[in-house]
Design a protein around this ligand. Sequence first.
Ligand SMILES: [Zn+2]
Length: 104
Amino acid sequence: MTATRPLNQLPAPAAAATDRPSEGPVFLTYHGEPYQLWHDRIVLDWTTRTGCKHQHWGGGPRRPCRFCHHLCWLIDMHSRPVHKVCLEQAITTTLLSRLEKQAA
Ligand SMILES: [Zn+2]
């Protein structure tokens, strides 16, 4: 018989990927807004419905993502082609390295 464990007893895979202590949610500030990490990265809200002022649909043919160089449809706030996930990962890495430098 397989017992189903409650969610709070499952290991936290995201916490294992970093050296940060797993003492609750980690928040990073980006452009003055707090972001809780989700799967070890911030998640940008690009929906105009909730107030994003930038257009993120590239509209034309797919172009190479500035991070991974695979073709993508989306653009960042400066109209450079990106995958949203690639941009989020890059921002998170930058913010976390800044925090580590501050802590050192
Ligand atoms: Zn990419």
